[in-house]
Design a protein around this ligand. Sequence first.
Ligand code: ADP
Length: 252
Amino acid sequence: MKRIVIKVGSHVLTENGAIAKPRMLALVQLIAELKTHHYDVILVSSGAVSAGYTQLPLDRSQVANKQALAAIGQPLLLKMYQEKFARFNLLCSQVLLSADVFGEPEHIAHAKNAIDTLLKNNVVPIINENDTVSIEELVFGDNDRLSAHVAHYFDASLLVILSDIDAFYDKDPNKYDDAKRRVVVNRLAEDELNAEHTPNNEFATGGIVTKLQSADFLMKQGREMFLASGFDLGDVKAFLVDGEHKGGTLFK
Ligand code: ADP
């Protein structure tokens, strides 16, 4: 089995402030299909704040409100995932981590044991940041960096980031019509890694920079990252199931 991590951003999982259920179902269906193609999949999912907001519209510009919304939304998000995975006779599970877990070898080992056991029993781990005790990703990162740590410390060879953008370009494609897709990237320059982050909507807190930082971290660990569209899963499916690199960017 090839172990991979798939990270889905809040922009992909959200539509008009609510969870985009058809897109969530498409993602779950993809994971179910990947499991029949010898992949063990760990999912890192954002979306808790948006799910909470559908129940209680607190002002999301305040971090404490975002924490409260995540606490409300996380169980709702998992319930939606559980219902969708059940359609494919799959069990899923909730694993809440804070970034400081990865600073403690003993904590990493405990968490990895749990993840290994879940995967061995054909259960899909769904990881999110524990936003009530740790707000790093809530403030900056939208789980991009968390997912890179998950991929490295839980020994996945590949991190797939499903984004609102379908690849990494030589410049922001939402601003420049002549932006060109980077197909394969082997190294990233300092100025690319330190650029200002450019979140594209009110729910996203990452932008391309946290994705590039994740790619840089993984490449230095001898692991790969694939950035592709989370709206249309055709490219990621072609890449993982058919071994065809049609769209998306591979960092290796
Ligand atoms: P998500 O919420 O899906 O994780 P973000 O919206 O945070 O993603 O980040 C992706 C956005 O980054 C794109 O929509 C795009 O506007 C912006 N961006 C800036 N520079 C680039 C680039 N060189 N290539 C791709 N996207 C870029």
